[in-house]
Design a protein around this ligand. Sequence first.
Ligand code: AMP
Ligand code: MN
Ligand code: MN
Ligand code: MN
Length: 280
Amino acid sequence: MNAILNADLHSHSTMSDGLLAPADLVCRAHANGVDLLALTDHDEIAGLAEARAAAQGLGLRFVNGAEVSVSWQDQSVHIVALGFDAAHAGLRDGLARVRGGRDARARRMSDALAAIGIRGVYEGALRHAGNPALISRAHIARHLVEIGVARDVASVFDHYLVRGKPGFVDHEWATLEEAVGWIHAAGGLAVIAHPGRTRVSRAGMDLLFARFRDLGGDAIEVVSGTQCGPQALEFARVARRYGFLASRASDFHGPGESAVDVGRAERLPAGLAPVWDRLV
Ligand code: AMP
Ligand code: MN
Ligand code: MN
Ligand code: MN
């Protein structure tokens, strides 16, 4: 087995809020020199078969993935699942339940925006959703950019879609315990996604890491394309302290939208145990 030089274990397709179809994402990863890829659509595994077939055609190693939405202390936390059996009924049912809440949430966000005079957001966002079951804030943001409410997706989030802003609504996702339980039952590894983006205090993060470790959680994203570069050293220390494996992720959603392209995140800092050693 060749050494893994360029693992990217977090990416999105049109099955959730990515901009490329699963096979197109795989082609781009291959062109960018990725040699181990996970597709990790939000709460959804419907893109895995297409991605795996495309990867096989290109000789690219592929790992089943999903990014599970979790509620943790009034925040949403994302747990990436890697290397699971995609036919496992418990995991499939769990993801279906989490997905199932998205439509009503999107309608409530749309109602909240209508209350400040921005109408038709639900219908507009659905036109951006490749998979209507997976309507996300990213689709709402793209619609609001399209109708000229803000100049780009990032500023839509800042002004409308985060806690305290007019389009934000509370939502109950899975619990941390459920997410880790489903992933392990299906034979996968559980990874805390982009810990640098979780809006909780340092003490709150320590509680999250300790709880995740106690539940048997496996890894954290030390490097993520959606957290700032110097945070890698901070999360390398977290990985060592808690005994977590280390993951590397672009969290690529699409050209022109994501700051870091698939396969182009920074390398892991030295001295960590890479999660992909358990996946190949
Ligand atoms: P949801 O799962 O519906 O809450 O949507 C979360 C998704 O919105 C993330 O996976 C990103 O794709 C996108 N997102 C969240 N925050 C931002 C941000 N500040 N800028 C751009 N996209 C964001
Ligand atoms: Mn997303
Ligand atoms: Mn995420
Ligand atoms: Mn993601």
